[in-house]
Write a protein that binds this ligand. Structure first.
Ligand code: SAH
Length: 366
C-alpha cells in the first residue's frame, strides 16, 4: 500500500475517528486514546501507543498514517512572531503565524490555498485561488506549530487559534469545522470555544450554518460602514450587503449569550479612516454585542492603498470609545518577516480555481 492510500488520521474529529474505528471493530473509547497520543503526547508512531492493544496497533500500521504538512521554511521575527511556510501538493504552500503576547499565544491558521474573494486590500486575494485545505492540512498547522514551540522549550504555548490566515474559512466549511472540533476537543488541543475564532468576510448563509454546529467566536471583516464603500473593498458585499450581514451577526450572537462579535476594520488612508466613517460605524455597532478591532493597513507589493496615519487611527478609536463601543487597535507584529495581517501570500502556483479545472476536465472528457 502506498503512503497516500493510508487514511490520514488528522482528517478526522472525534466522531469521525470513532466511526472509522467502529468499522474496524474497535470500541469508541479507542478514538479518545488515539487522539491523546497524537495531539497531547505528540506521538505518531503507532507501535509506541502502548495502551491501544495489539490488534488495533496492527490495523493502524496497516491502514493509517499521521501526516501533518511539511515545513518548507520557518522565520522568527525580532518580536518573537513565528511564521511557517508549509508545503502542500503541486508546489503550493500556505503560511501559518504564531503571535506570542505576555499572557497568551495566538496561532493564525490558513484554510485555503489562496482565496477566491478578491478583497482589494488583501495580498492573499491578489494570489488567486487554488483549492481548499483538507482537515488534516488545517489541524496539521496547529500540530506542527505546537510541536515546534515545544521543541523550543515550551515557554510559549498556543492558547488561542484564529482562522485568519489565507483563505475564507466559511468556503471550506466541513474541513474547517472538523479541524476546529479537534482544536476544542479535550482529547485534542483542549481549547475553550471562545479561544477559537473564525473570521469571515461575511458569507451570510454559512454564518447561520456555523451557528448550528459550533459555538466558536466569530470575527467579521467589515472594513467599511456603508455599502458604497464596502463593495469595492470586499466584493462579496454585493451578494451580502451590510444590513444582511449584521442581521446574521445578531442571529449568531443570540445563540451565544454574554459573548460579542468582533468586527475587523482595516484602516486605509483617505479611504475609510475619516471621522464620519467612525460615526457611521458607531450607529451600526449599537445594534449588537460588538467589539471593534482596528487594523492599521499593512502594505504589500503592488497595492494602491496606504496605511492610515497614527493620528487618524487614534481619532477613529476615540469616536468609537466615546460612544461606548469596545475598540482595540491591533498592534502590527512580525513586520520584518512579512507575517502581518493581510501579508500572507504563501505560494500559489496554480491559480486556476478548482471548479474551473474540473469543468475543463469534464469538457475534455466529453
Ligand atoms: N477571509 C477571512 C479570513 C482572512 S482574515 C476574512 O476575510 O475575515 C484576514 C484578516 O486580515 C481580515 O480581517 C482581513 O480583512 C485583514 N486584512 C487583509 N489584508 C490586510 C492588510 N493588507 N492589512 C491589514 N489587514 C488586512
Amino acid at each position: 500500500m502506498t503512503a497516500t492510500s493510508l487514511v490520514n488520521l488528522l482528517d478526522y474529529d472525534r466522531d469521525g475517528l470513532r466511526a472509522l474505528l467502529a468499522g474496524w471493530g474497535e470500541k469508541p473509547y479507542r478514538a479518545d486514546q488515539l487522539m491523546k497520543w497524537i495531539f497531547q503526547h505528540g506521538v505518531d508512531d503507532f507501535g509506541a501507543m502502548s495502551n491501544l492493544g495489539k490488534t488495533l496497533r496492527a490495523s493502524l500500521a496497516e491502514r493509517a498514517r499521521v501526516e501533518p504538512p511539511k515545513v518548507l521554511l520557518e522565520k522568527v521575527s525580532v518580536d518573537g512572531t513565528h511564521k511557517w511556510l508549509m508545503g502542500m501538493d503541486a508546489g503550493n504552500a500556505i503560511e501559518t503565524v504564531f503571535i506570542p503576547e505576555t499572557s497568551r499565544g495566538t496561532l493564525c491558521v490558513s484554510s485555503q490555498i489562496g482565496c477566491a474573494l478578491n478583497c482589494s486590500f488583501c495580498s492573499t486575494g491578489a494570489q488567486g485561488f487554488n483549492r481548499n485545505l483538507s482537515a488534516a492540512e488545517i489541524i496539521g498547522q496547529v500540530l506542527v506549530a505546537a510541536r515546534q514551540l515545544a521543541r523550543e522549550g515550551g515557554q510559549q504555548r498556543i492558547t488561542n487559534v484564529v482562522m485568519m490566515g489565507m483563505g475564507e474559512p466559511l468556503l471550506n466549511f466541513d474541513n474547517v469545522v472538523r479541524a476546529m472540533n479537534v482544536m476544542r476537543d479535550d482529547f485534542g488541543f483542549g481549547l475553550a470555544s471562545k479561544r477559537v475564532t473564525l473570521s469571515t468576510a461575511g458569507l451570510v448563509p454559512m454564518m447561520d450554518k456555523l451557528g448550528e454546529v459550533s459555538d466558536v467566536s466569530l470575527a467579521v471583516s467589515l472594513h467599511a460602514p456603508n455599502d458604497e464603500l464596502r463593495t469595492p473593498l470586499v466584493p462579496l458585499n454585493k451578494k451580502y450587503p451590510i444590513a444582511e450581514l449584521l442581521d446574521a451577526c445578531a442571529r449568531y450572537a443570540a445563540r451565544r449569550p454574554r459573548t460579542s462579535i468582533t468586527f475587523e476594520y482595516t484602516l486605509m488612508k483617505g479611504v475609510n479612516d475619516r471621522p464620519e466613517h467612525a460615526r457611521q460605524l458607531v450607529r451600526l455597532m449599537r445594534r449588537l454585542p460588538a467589539k471593534v478591532n482596528l487594523i492599521p493597513f499593512n502594505p504589500f507589493p503592488g497595492t494602491r492603498y496606504v496605511r492610515a496615519d497614527a493620528a487618524d487611527i487614534d481619532a477613529f478609536r476615540q469616536i468609537l470609545m466615546a460612544a461606548d463601543v469596545m475598540t482595540m487597535v491591533r498592534r502590527t507584529r512580525g513586520e520584518d518577516i512579512d507575517a502581518a495581517c493581510g501579508q500572507l501570500k504563501g505560494q500559489v502556483l496554480d491559480r486556476t480555481p478548482r471548479s474551473a479545472m474540473l469543468a475543463r476536465r469534464a469538457a475534455n472528457a466529453a
